[in-house]
Design a protein around this ligand. Structure first.
Ligand SMILES: [Fe+2]
Ligand SMILES: [Fe+2]
Length: 268
């Protein structure tokens, strides 16, 4: 994994969030829309505000792997970027005259889920949230007429797309250590968890979605397309890796096609 690329990316990009100037205008949205948006954004704000303690602990446990050198530092910077998102969203909630949250049920379920299994699972649940965030901030930037919400949503959308790419790089490194059958199991459970999360979010944020003229079903449809796009890119990389490994094996002296039939998959 090219962790140096990510370290540089986060160092440059997070600074932009601290310096981001928001339009100096009062919120002019109708009362019901303002209220629904403020509540919804406050939930996302709470989700972005974690300190990453467990994620960092998990990261330390794989820090010695050769292919993940520098990953620990990259995760520290990634967590810092998420905290800069929390700060931007807090400014947005204040602008919308909403209330910042300390606890909220869907956020608590989400945090509990993240720590159920191991680092890969923690990252996967985090990734699920980022795929949902991509849809959410995309809709806010396109459909909310408030200039402060638009400015923040546009920046967060760009950042979350970077995060998706960062997580994909990490998952690729971990998935190449699994057999093709286990990769399929992983895909299935990832899809199931993502679908369940999209249902919960589309229900929990239904008032906000209504104010943006988006139905919960349309939100879930967009979320499913984002998942497909993420997953197909990941699978393309895994296939390329497998093809490359097979070609390397074929060019190795002593390799024969008949022996290949009984060989294990190069990625197992
Ligand atoms: Fe974020
Ligand atoms: Fe993120």
């Amino acid at each position: 994994m090219n962790t140096q690329k990510w370290i540089q990316h986060f160092e440059t990009n997070t600074r932009l969030n601290h310096e981001l100037k928001l339009p100096d205008t009062a919120c002019a949205l109708p009362e019901a829309a303002r209220d629904a948006l403020a509540r919804s954004i406050a939930i996302f704000q709470l989700g972005e505000s974690g300190g990453g303690t467990r994620l960092r602990r998990y990261t330390r446990s794989i820090a010695s792997l050769e292919r993940l050198k520098g990953y620990e530092r990259a995760v520290d910077l990634f967590v810092a970027e998420e905290q800069s998102h929390a700060a931007l969203l807090a400014r947005t909630v204040v602008h919308l005259r909403g209330t910042l949250l300390k606890k909220q049920w869907s956020n608590s379920v989400f945090r509990w889920m993240r720590n159920l299994v191991n680092l890969e699972f923690n990252i996967q649940v985090l990734l699920t949230a980022e795929l949902i965030a991509e849809v959410y901030f995309g809709l806010l930037s396109l459909r909310c007429s408030d200039p402060v919400v638009q400015t923040v949503a546009r920046k967060l959308l760009r950042d979350e797309m970077g995060h998706l790419s960062f997580q994909r790089d990490f998952l690729f490194e971990r998935l190449i250590t699994l057999t093709p059958a286990m990769q399929r199991v992983w895909r299935w459970q990832f899809r199931a968890i993502h679908m369940a999360t999209a249902w919960v979010v589309s229900w929990d944020h239904r008032d906000c979605l209504r104010s943006l003229d988006v139905t919960p079903a349309a939100f879930r449809g967009r979320a499913a397309r984002c998942w497909e796009s993420f997953q197909s890119r990941l699978e393309r990389r895994l296939q390329e890796h497998e093809t490359h490994a097979r070609q390397s094996a074929e060019s190795t002296p002593g390799y024969s096609r008949s022996s290949n039939a009984t060989m294990q998959s190069p990625v197992s």
